[in-house]
Design a protein around this ligand. Structure first.
Ligand code: E4P
Length: 217
């Protein structure tokens, strides 16, 4: 499973990229607002940090305008993926942008049928939002399983990009269910490495090592 980082915070992306932990980046208008910076500049800087796919979202609601915005975003760098919402207009824009050979991430997916339509429109990625389904008392993971099965049934090449991930358990479940990608907030990526027994083990190994009086360097 690939890991994308879900943020518009360039410094966070740089630091995770240095550790070699990320395969790509996703942003959305709320994340850009949180970063408080110029959107086009941020996308350009992110594309300088990683060669992996960088999703940048259109803000128009009507297909022709989405296509124009998408073409402009795609000019920033070869690895820009244009993000469009899962509406009929978004699907029309998706098909047109794919004709131009521009990668498209169809976002705000909350049902298996929506994911089926996105695949038929030629989406490069589908983004089902797990956390937001959990928020309203539904099961986001069930949606991941359904999309996996439908895409496998018909051999769709659209990559299943699990989004709105809130917990380390979401990440594990996505990997078990065969999501192609999980886009994860930086804090959750960092939390994945933590285990109390790892810390305890290091502590006891170092205490025993000290008793030997040796040094490696
Ligand atoms: C995905 O591309 C979105 O940016 C993101 O995962 C949304 O997450 P949220 O529901 O926590 O805002």
């Amino acid at each position: 499973m690939k890991f994308f980082v879900d943020t518009a915070d360039v410094e966070e992306i740089r630091s995770l990229a240095e550790i070699g932990l990320i395969d790509g980046v996703t942003t959305n208008p709320s994340l850009v607002a949180k970063a408080g910076r110029n959107f086009l500049e941020v996308v350009e800087e992110i594309c300088d940090i990683t060669d992996g796919p960088v999703s940048a979202e259109v803000t128009a609601l009507e297909a022709d305008r989405m296509i124009e915005e998408g073409r402009k975003l795609a000019e920033i760098a070869d690895n820009v993926v244009v993000k469009v919402p899962l509406t009929l207009e978004g699907l029309r824009a998706c098909a047109a942008l794919r004709e131009d050979d521009i990668d498209v991430n169809v976002t705000l997916c909350f049902s298996a049928n929506q994911a089926l339509l996105a695949a038929k429109a030629g989406a490069s990625y589908i983004s089902p939002f797990i956390g937001r389904l959990d928020d309203i008392g539904l099961d986001g993971m069930e949606l991941i399983a359904e999309i996996r099965q439908i895409y496998d049934n018909y051999g769709f090449e659209t990559e299943l990009l699990a989004a709105s991930i809130r917990t380390v358990n979401h990440v594990k479940q996505c990997a078990l269910l065969g999501a192609d990608v999980a886009t994860v907030p930086p804090a959750t990526i960092r939390a994945l490495v933590k285990h109390p027994l790892t810390d305890k083990g290091i502590e006891s190994f170092l205490a025993d090592w000290k008793k030997t009086g040796q040094t490696i360097l």
